[in-house]
Ligand binder design. Structure first.
Ligand SMILES: [Zn+2]
Length: 434
């Protein structure tokens, strides 16, 4: 539960002490409001931010949106992407995200040919995160097929390394980027894009490095139907059959699950990343959050397509979507929701022990104003309820990552985020207009 007047000591990017009472040292920074542990955005594709407010209108589905997203993917190059990802990561930091899992699948040039440095686009993401100050897990994504049994075509050629062995070879080159705030992980794009034998290769790379393994799973009924037709089992069952489910595994979306899928994810102590604002935007559906939690699955949040970047909106949606689906309230208490946004997310991204205000944890934390027009007048004893159910991204006043203050009084300390976004987004649209 929240406590008043707590002093957090930080040494070398980690929490060295958490003590009740006001600090003795005059140099201490006073954080006014509710200070939460660092918040993890477990599922991000930074470039999807380009589609915000441009792809929301009209009819269609996930599949028609995907065509628009492919068009944006076709425009990227390392310089454009470095600027775009820096702006988007800075937006995240300002909104209260201290850690991000970038599910990165655009690897090669516009013709699908590797750049001179085959990790040039990964490096753009890495540099962007460092500029914005956000802690990054780069989930390098294997993507080999344009659908089950189909070759990649068009822009998908930018995503494919050809074979899982070639993917693994390229990923070896990412070790040079690792740092106290950067970790490398692996991802299987989906059962649509990675055949079972290749899944095993990705699984083995993740296991040998002890790093996180993520996959898009059952976001759409059509994915389940294609998987059932090709393999006779669901995507979760296919991943289980090929040894991918374990405590390092995170299923992203997990919207359309069979009861047996929920059981498999629970028995394997896997994690699920819900992306409620994207799932509602794309008309994906509502995932079985309460059933998953009941089966022992740790839930986390992700802003995925970035139609919205707001961890409070994402977090409360876990409970609120469950209410819409069930007609009942009270499935998750605010502390459980906070854990989904914080420590569960950090664990999913390979930062075990992070996302907590404990001695030894990475020194990431977020302070929320409790005197804004949204949060003023709340019961101090229910401050967490106030933050989870009433606050939004603009109520974030201070953000610290690895002991470094990135946001003070609501402003990013080294980047003009609005200008960065304006410039980077206009540059992408200028390429698309050609
Ligand atoms: Zn995604």
């Amino acid at each position: 539960m929240p406590e008043r007047d707590v002093t957090i000591g930080v040494t070398d990017g980690r929490i060295a002490s958490v003590v009740s009472g006001r600090p003795a040292r005059a140099s201490a920074v006073r954080l006014k409001g509710l200070t939460l542990p660092g918040i993890a955005n477990v599922h991000s594709h930074a470039f999807h931010r380009v589609l915000r407010a441009r792809a929301q209108r009209g009819t269609g589905s996930f599949w028609t949106w995907r065509e628009q997203m492919y068009e944006v993917a076709s425009a990227l190059d390392p310089d454009l992407y470095a600027a775009l990802a820096r702006a988007v990561f800075a937006e995240m930091v300002g909104a209260g995200y201290t850690c991000v899992g970038e599910f990165h699948y655009v690897h090669h040039d516009r013709d699908g040919v590797p750049y001179a440095d085959p990790n040039a686009l990964s490096e753009a993401v890495v540099v962007a995160a460092a500029d914005a100050g956000i802690r990054l897990t780069l989930l390098d994504t294997c993507y080999l097929c344009g659908g089950i049994g189909r070759d990649v075509e068009g822009v998908q050629r930018r995503f494919s390394d050809g074979t899982a062995v070639d993917w693994a070879e390229r990923v070896e080159g990412l070790a040079r980027f690792e740092s106290p705030t950067l970790r490398v992980g692996a991802a299987i794009h989906s059962v649509r894009a990675v055949p079972p034998g290749a899944m095993e290769t990705v699984r083995d790379v993740a296991a040998s490095d002890g790093c996180p393994l993520h996959a898009h799973v059952s976001e759409q009924p059509a994915e389940n139907a294609a998987c059932l037709e090709a393999f006779g089992i669901t995507p979760v069952a296919l991943l289980a059959e090929h040894g991918c489910l374990d405590p390092r595994f995170t299923a992203v979306h997990a919207t359309h699950l069979a009861p047996a899928d929920v059981g498999l994810l629970g028995q394997s102590a896997s994690t699920v990343c819900l992306c409620p604002t994207t799932e509602r935007d794309l008309a994906d559906g509502i995932g079985p959050a309460a059933a998953l939690a009941g089966a022992g699955v740790a839930l986390t949040i992700g802003s995925d397509s970035h139609a919205v970047i707001d961890p409070f909106e994402e977090t409360r949606a876990i409970e609120l979507h469950e209410r819409l689906g069930s007609g009942e309230r009270g499935h998750f208490d605010p502390m459980t929701l906070l854990r989904a946004a914080t420590e569960n997310g950090y664990r999913s991204l390979g930062w075990d022990g992070g996302g907590r205000l404990h001695v030894g944890a990475v020194a990431d934390f977020v302070t929320v104003r409790m005197d804004s027009v949204r949060t003023a007048g709340g019961d101090p004893a229910l401050a967490l309820d106030g933050a989870v159910y009433s606050a939004n991204a603009t109520d974030v006043s201070n953000v610290v990552v690895a002991g470094r203050t990135l946001v003070r009084d609501g402003r990013h300390q080294s980047l003009d985020v609005e200008r960065e976004l304006e410039g980077a987004l206009r540059a992408v649209w200028a390429v698309l207009a050609k």
